[in-house]
Write a protein that binds this ligand. Sequence first.
Ligand code: H2U
Length: 348
Amino acid sequence: MESFDLTEHPHRRYNPLNDTWVLVSPHRSKRPWQGQVEKNTPDNRPQHDPECYLCPGNTRASGDVNTDYKGTYAFTNDFSALLADVPEGNFENGDIFKAESQSGICKVICFSPRHDLTIPEMETEDIWRVVDLWVEEYKSLGSKDFIRYVQIFENKGAIMGCSNPHPHGQIWSQSHVPQEPARKTASQQKYFENHGKSMLSDYLEIELREKTRIVVENDHFVALVPFWAVWPFETMIVSKRHVQNISQLTETEKNAFADIYKKLTIRYDNLFEVSFPYSAGIHQSPTDGLPHESWHLHMSFYPPLLRSATVKKFMVGYEMLAEPQRDITPEYSAQRLREVSEVHYKKW
Ligand code: H2U
């Protein structure tokens, strides 16, 4: 029998960050497709939309009026999933029924006053302002006694459930560390105790040597398709320097973060010639007062598209009931993203 080959044979890959597995079936990527096709709607957005609740000077659903902002703009979500004044408490009935109260603050952050732009279309210096706002919000929300974790994220595109095309993200901060960052906290801590180095420092060292999964890098950050990627074109931006969170980035590093965020998302757009949808977010140290020296800042991108602007990956069936599965290998995805231009060549 021939020997095991990661590019040919079905296998499972381990994600050491969150202690999960993904099934990879490279032999299956040529199967015919007759399923759902998403519509690629043309985008003719004006620079300012009087109906948009995120544009400068407009009235939101709550009746509050946005300032006439010129750069970035943050406000408390009018429909926050978490509220600041929740009485503390637990509910327990034996080992089966458990609940705990949760308080928090949710914010909406507008990336630009321009309604018609997206991150890959913005100037790097304007994206720098977004990074700077993330830092400010992480620091100010995280410094509150009852906030133990700050989740910064961006939902882009209607198929990701994004309610408005105006360039924006969200921040949910809360009184407990939610399960995904909690899993990453435990795994990174264990690795740090065993190796005396952050897991992602060791991981980056290998990736930078092998180069097969790297998409783009600059002096301070690397964007790559992780070995354990679940989504077809999932990527991760990792800081070259081991920092726990964005508040530790130097001005130069913040600029480099903006630069790689732009370069990666341009490649995404160019891949299928569409404003590429994704959910992306920053994972970094909790703000619970513990040291967290093992945490290594990274930003994950989870795009749903599989083979074109209109064909997306479904996480259904086996993925829902057993574990995630992918067909094209992370190495192939990285190669595709490396091959497309880093210049945003099309407006659609
Ligand atoms: P999404 O597009 O990712 O859904 O984010 C938009 C957020 O904006 C959403 O959470 C909030 C919604 O609650 N929002 C307001 O806070 N005020 C509004 O007037 C409309 C939407």
